[in-house]
Design a protein around this ligand. Structure first.
Ligand code: NAD
Length: 451
């Protein structure tokens, strides 16, 4: 499972050879396990006229924040935030170029560039063109920047509501998230009593143990990505419930015991799964992570119904059923979070995966449709993570050549780790992420598939 090529290109001969041959040159990514913060300062740039009031939020990230030429300008920023919310036309885009052109080469390895944009104005096609242009700019820069750096775009109207998102993107927790466009609206769960702040005030945190006193259930939590999600939510203070099939009960118990949580042996496709979860959680649930998933690959011409049905059943039908049941029963508390697991196969499609691609695209449809209604009716946000190539037992079983292609065909030229999906889930589950709703965030190192 180890990425030997990544280790090799970390050596002097490996670096030389990969450069000479024009081969991908992945660098080891800085993740949170190596420290909670990026190594270096944050450069705050602006293009166009902005009324965002971003400085206090950036100051709270804890990164030394400066503008070009001032005391905190070390010349090698770990992060660059470009506020382009005021860009309304092609002249404004020239300011984006002028702001980033001189600094882009100096961004540190595993650095971050975050562009901030505004929602597209349906009544002003010049503004819409300029703001949409930021997406093409972000995705192109993400593909060329290299050295483990990431580039993302956040569309927002309120800097305080985006604090949890900015903290995530400006930290090692977002190591494998690049080329994404994330919309942050108004707090969908504000005033529910379980949010982190009162309306109008900046979200108060806490930022260290944000899920303390909250309960999180992870389906398929006995291994792989689900296990990492359970671990990360427990690290953030949640009491975790590790749900997995009865056949994986021993593993689920092992994970739950290690994390001081509960194991719940249950096949999520059972017709009464929602009712049984509600029964097991009489005090309710704050975070529901639909992670359980299976593949039964075959090209459509060779795919009998027996390979189609279970994939749709586990990956989509059970997600719809349990979501409906837990919302209707009131098990999911106000201020709650649903995070579903899609896949880039649900965005780009994949030969041999009509069943899987359909199920994961279905998850995206569910998220987009339900998010505004779940927020309005239940004070619950609904988002999805869409992993790309993640180093798990599932991807270790892929034949070598296809595995190597999958690993390298992304801007970071390497596979992600389960913890990358877990950190993204934890950000979406954060009590201060109530303004992030209906989003599908790819954790794929900016995979070239479906980009
Ligand atoms: P995995 O096979 O290692 O783990 C999946 C877990 O789900 C297992 O513990 C399994 O027992 C459990 N599960 C399966 N059916 C279940 C059911 N009916 N009820 C309860 N639990 C059930 O998979 P993984 O690689 O960790 O993937 C986790 C999720 O991420 C899946 O939804 C998968 O489709 C998605 N995903 C993974 C990748 C990747 O590269 N590994 C890429 C994209 C999406």
């Amino acid at each position: 499972m180890a990425d030997r090529y990544l280790s090799f290109t970390g050596t002097a001969p490996g670096r030389l050879l990969s450069r000479r041959l024009g081969l991908p040159r992945p660098v080891p990514l800085k993740r949170r396990s190596a420290g909670p913060d990026l190594d270096g300062g944050l450069l705050h740039l602006t293009a166009g006229r902005s009324g965002l009031g971003l400085a206090p939020v950036l100051a709270r990230t804890g990164l030394p924040t400066g503008e070009p030429g001032d005391a905190n300008d070390t010349g090698r920023p770990a992060a660059v935030v470009l506020d382009a919310t005021g860009v309304r036309d092609v002249e404004g885009l020239a300011e984006v170029h002028a702001a980033l052109h001189p600094v882009v080469r100096s961004v540190a390895a595993s650095g971050r560039i975050v562009l901030l944009g505004s929602p597209l104005d349906a009544a002003d096609h010049h503004q819409a063109a300029a703001q949409q242009a930021l997406e093409g700019f972000t995705r192109s820069l993400g593909k060329e920047i290299g050295r483990g750096a990431t580039v993302n775009l956040v569309r927002l109207t309120d800097a305080d509501a985006a604090e949890s998102t900015l903290r995530f993107l400006l930290s090692p927790r977002s190591a494998y998230v690049s080329g994404q466009v994330i919309e942050v609206g108004a707090d969908a769960t504000a005033g529910t009593g379980t949010g982190t702040g009162t309306e109008g005030a900046p979200p108060a945190g806490p930022w260290d143990l944000p899920l303390a006193g909250r309960t999180a259930l992870v389906t398929g939590g006995a291994r792989g990505i689900g296990e990492a999600v359970a671990e990360t939510l427990a690290r953030d203070g949640a009491e975790v419930v590790v749900l997995d099939v009865p056949g994986a009960e021993a593993d689920a118990r092992r994970v739950a015991e290690r994390l001081g949580g509960l194991a719940l042996p249950l096949d999520i496709t059972a017709a009464d799964a929602g009712a049984r979860i509600a029964e097991a959680l009489p005090d309710g649930l704050d975070v529901l992570v639909h992670n359980a998933g299976i593949t039964r690959d075959r090209r459509l011409a060779n795919m009998p119904a027996e390979r189609w049905a279970p994939v749709l059943e586990v990956n989509l039908a059970s997600v719809l059923r349990t979501t409906d049941a837990l919302l209707a029963a009131g098990t999911l508390k106000r201020g709650g979070r649903i995070v579903a697991t899609a896949s880039i196969a649900g965005i780009a499609g994949n030969a041999g995966q009509t069943n899987y691609g359909a199920s994961k695209a279905g998850v995206i449809g569910l998220v987009r449709s339900l998010a505004p209604r779940a927020a309005a009716g239940h004070g619950v946000t609904v988002n999805a993570v869409a992993p790309g190539f993640i180093e798990t037992k599932m991807t270790a079983a892929i034949p070598l050549v296809i595995r190597e292609a999958g690993r390298r065909m992304n801007s970071l030229a390497q596979g992600g780790l389960p913890v990358d999906v877990a950190e993204t889930t934890a950000w979406l589950a954060h009590p201060a992420s109530g303004a992030v709703n209906g989003q599908v965030v790819r954790v794929c190192g900016q995979s070239l598939l479906g980009a």
